[in-house]
Write a protein of this length. Structure first.
Length: 527
């Protein structure tokens, strides 16, 4: 378990004013229908422990959990091995398939999981019911299954099925047929994997007295199927305590996101600072987009207001806007600005307020808040409440230092702000470009100059290409499939101006049609 989750919970509770006032393990209703409706089944899963991956999103979408028990099962089955059991669980949960048990006597054991073997503890209880095993003997089966020890599995499951008298008779016959050799090694033939073709217990005579399931009236054929299921179960089984503990943390994060969404997202942005997702993109870029979708305004840093980390403000009454209902805002922390270090932030906070860049320079220690830090503060918009012309602030700052400043324009354009904010944050904050407003999956087009062309190979070995196209507002990444590049290879060169039509996918444009723009005339290159 990553400690990040505990930090997330602690930060969210502190932001919400609940730290030290509630016992999260006792006071929260983990079966509250609202957390399943608003978070899990709405697939609002960013920051929800164990549930952020595409795999869990698919499972949750199919299962539609409505209880803590469901989340525990999802944690237990949400791995490559037991995935095949999920369709059965889901169909039975929602009444599309009849719930069945190997024996009716096992209904108390399997009822909560709709007849599906999910937990190690279910095997223990079932072996006691079927074979009359003691708790300690049942735990031997659990150990064998959990640790994939086939000697323990075979010995104790067979003892459970046949009882000790029949088991010893069967094993005595096998030992007589396949005795140990002079070196004490088994003479059982090996299978294609180099393992014994079947189980022989050379210590059969030392096993305890057990009544056995057959002697108690249970059907041998069904018992042998249970044995097959349990041995297969050993490849993936979870113990219930482990799964329940993970599920509890998941439900706690879901409860916080449901009832304190602004505080939760601020905490999530805080712990995710500097981290990347599986595609190597900053996690916070995705989380900021989700904040906006949830009705939160992301504010740029402010040299006089921002704390070190992200700061949430929940509106007492939601605000109606053209873009929808706003529930709060989250302000960038000073530590989130590129090249601004922790000691710089402390120095800035200790000496504020400031009425100008010059006053900040005068009040703070120049070794802690040096030229690089001041440039970053200006570019990030941290002085926008004092003067929104970031280029003018830079020019004046350079001039005050005796540095060259003529290379900096006197005005600040939208494109400049977009460029500065991408440099400082990896994304834009104070304004959104036309590209950023386009929904994922939408058909669109861009026009710009090709600034880079890089090739890459798919798993199939086919070569494809990534282009960087600089538009009037910002550079945009474009995926060009190999066949399209072959058709337009001479046109897709560095410095060429093109219009590319395609589909937006994860902040990239997947090209479908290319239109080359030349000085005097245009040539349409259609794929």
């Amino acid at each position: 378990m990553k400690i990040d989750t505990l930090d997330l919970i602690k930060n969210a509770l502190e932001f919400a004013g609940l730290w030290g006032k509630v016992n999260i393990y006792r006071d929260l209703d983990i079966n509250d229908p609202k957390i399943y409706e608003r978070v899990y089944n709405n697939l609002n899963l960013s920051g929800i422990f164990q549930c952020e991956s595409d795999l869990f999103r698919k499972i949750i979408s199919d299962m539609k959990p409505n209880s803590f028990a469901d989340i525990s099962v999802i944690v237990a089955l949400g791995r490559p091995g037991p995935l095949d059991l999920i369709p059965t669980y889901v169909a039975r949960k929602w009444g599309r398939e009849k719930v069945t048990y190997p024996f009716n006597e096992l209904s108390p054991v399997l009822e909560e999981t709709f007849g599906v073997w999910v937990y190690q503890e279910q095997i223990m209880k079932a072996s006691q019911i079927l074979g009359g095993l003691t708790l300690g003997q049942a735990d031997m089966i659990r150990k064998g299954v959990a640790k994939k020890k086939h000697d323990l599995m075979n010995r104790w499951i067979d003892l459970m099925i046949y009882g000790s008298d029949r088991y010893k008779e069967m094993q005595a016959a096998l030992v007589a047929q396949y005795p140990l050799d002079a070196d004490g090694n088994s003479t059982v033939p090996l299978n294609d994997e180099g393992k014994p073709a079947f189980w022989v217990d050379y210590q059969y005579d030392k096993q305890p007295e057990i009544e056995g399931a057959i002697n108690r009236g249970f059907d041998e054929k069904t018992l042998l199927q249970i044995k097959t299921d349990w041995i297969k179960f050993g490849n993936y089984c979870f113990n219930k305590a482990h799964s329940a503990a993970y599920a509890l943390l998941s439900c706690i994060t879901a409860w916080l996101k449901c009832y304190y969404p602004v505080e939760f997202m601020a905490a999530l942005l805080t712990i995710s600072e500097g981290k990347k997702d599986k595609d190597r993109n900053p996690k916070n870029i995705h989380y900021m987009k989700e904040c906006e979708e949830m009705g939160m305004v992301i504010l740029p840093p402010d040299v006089n207001i921002s704390r070190a980390g992200w700061t949430p403000v929940t509106y007492e009454v939601p605000v109606e806007t053209e873009d929808g209902l706003l529930i709060g805002e989250i302000r960038f922390g000073l530590s989130s600005i590129a090249k601004v270090s922790g000691e710089s932030v402390t120095e800035i906070i200790e000496h504020r307020p400031y009425t100008s860049v010059e006053e900040l320079v005068a009040k703070t220690n120049g070794t802690k808040v040096n030229k690089t830090k001041v440039e970053s503060l200006i570019k990030s918009g941290a002085f926008d409440e004092l003067n929104k012309n970031r280029n003018l602030l830079l020019r004046n700052y350079y001039q005050s230092r005796g540095d060259a400043y003529d290379h900096v324009p006197e005005t600040t354009t939208k494109a400049t702000i977009l460029a500065y904010e991408r440099e400082m944050f990896g994304t834009t904050v104070s304004i959104r470009s036309r590209w950023a407003k386009i929904e994922d999956g939408a058909s669109t087009q861009i026009t710009g100059i090709i600034r880079s062309v890089e090739s890459w190979k798919a798993k199939s070995g086919k070569e494809h290409f990534n282009l960087t196209v600089e538009t009037n507002e910002e550079p945009i990444l474009v995926t060009v499939w190999g066949y399209l590049m072959e058709q337009n290879n001479n046109e897709l060169k560095l410095g060429n101006k093109v219009t590319i039509k395609g589909e937006k996918s994860r902040d990239k444009l997947t090209a479908k049609n290319i239109h080359l723009i030349v000085d005097i005339y245009e040539v349409d290159l259609t794929a």
